[in-house]
Design a protein around this ligand. Structure first.
Ligand code: COA
Length: 186
């Protein structure tokens, strides 16, 4: 009991804080969400409208209520700047498995350690709060920065969807990676 109370929140990292996505985040989401350099990492570059993002915000609320998925806004812990969104979805409550994703929207905020910190929080949340045993993600083969942080945290490649993605006239493999609870070292 005492041990539980002395542990820190999974939603607060060294540099970031995760919180619920709010209606008031819409303007911040729209600021950098359609920036090519960031969206290319996710593989979908078609511009998204504020109406689509309003739907996303509603979806974050509805899916949390039904426990189908959990999405969070990412904030800079020091400045409270909105950095992006992340989440965990596609749960299999029998195999205790889930899928995670994240995006730091403004390319000027890349390579500052925010993404690694978000990943640590999400993994801690998934394994120690949702009691998952396995967490999966997909990454396009050219997203070397993302692959680097996933491998550093203990994710392993489990397979490739060969040439499953197409961008700028080129087919790319989608790499499926996963990590098990026993491999996670906070
Ligand atoms: C991918 C993403 C989440 C990474 O977060 P980030 O905050 O930029 O990354 P961090 O600063 O925490 O870590 C970057 C690491 O990658 C390394 N890196 C940077 N560019 C690299 C490259 N081209 N190849 C290999 N490693 C690279 C850095 O040296 C650093 O490594 P270190 O921690 O060992 O020093 C972020 O860039 C992002 O949101 N990109 C756009 C959307 C996206 O691609 N989402 C992921 C989809 S799978």
């Amino acid at each position: 009991m005492e041990d539980v109370l002395s542990k820190k929140s999974p939603f607060i990292g060294e540099k970031i804080r995760l919180r619920a996505v709010e209606k008031s985040d819409l303007d911040d989401i729209m600021k950098y969400w359609n920036v090519y350099e960031s969206r290319v990492g996710l593989g979908t570059i078609i511009p998204m409208s504020s109406m689509m993002e309003e739907d996303f915000i509603k979806h974050t609320h509805e899916s949390a209520k039904s426990q189908k998925a959990y999405y969070f806004a990412i904030e800079n812990k020091e400045t409270n700047e909105f950095l992006g969104t992340c989440g965990m979805e596609d749960f299999d409550w029998t195999a205790r498995s889930g899928v995670l994703g994240l995006s730091i929207h403004n390319p000027e905020n890349h390579n500052k350690g925010f993404g690694s910190d978000v990943m640590k929080c999400l993994l801690n949340f998934g394994f120690n709060f949702l009691n998952l045993n396995r967490i999966e993600l997909c990454v396009i083969e050219y997203n070397k920065r993302a692959i680097h942080i996933y491998e550093k945290l203990g994710f392993k490649e489990v397979g490739r969807k060969r040439e499953a993605h197409f961008l700028q006239g080129t087919y790319n493999d989608i790499i499926v990676m996963d990590i098990l609870k026993r491999e996670f070292d906070l």
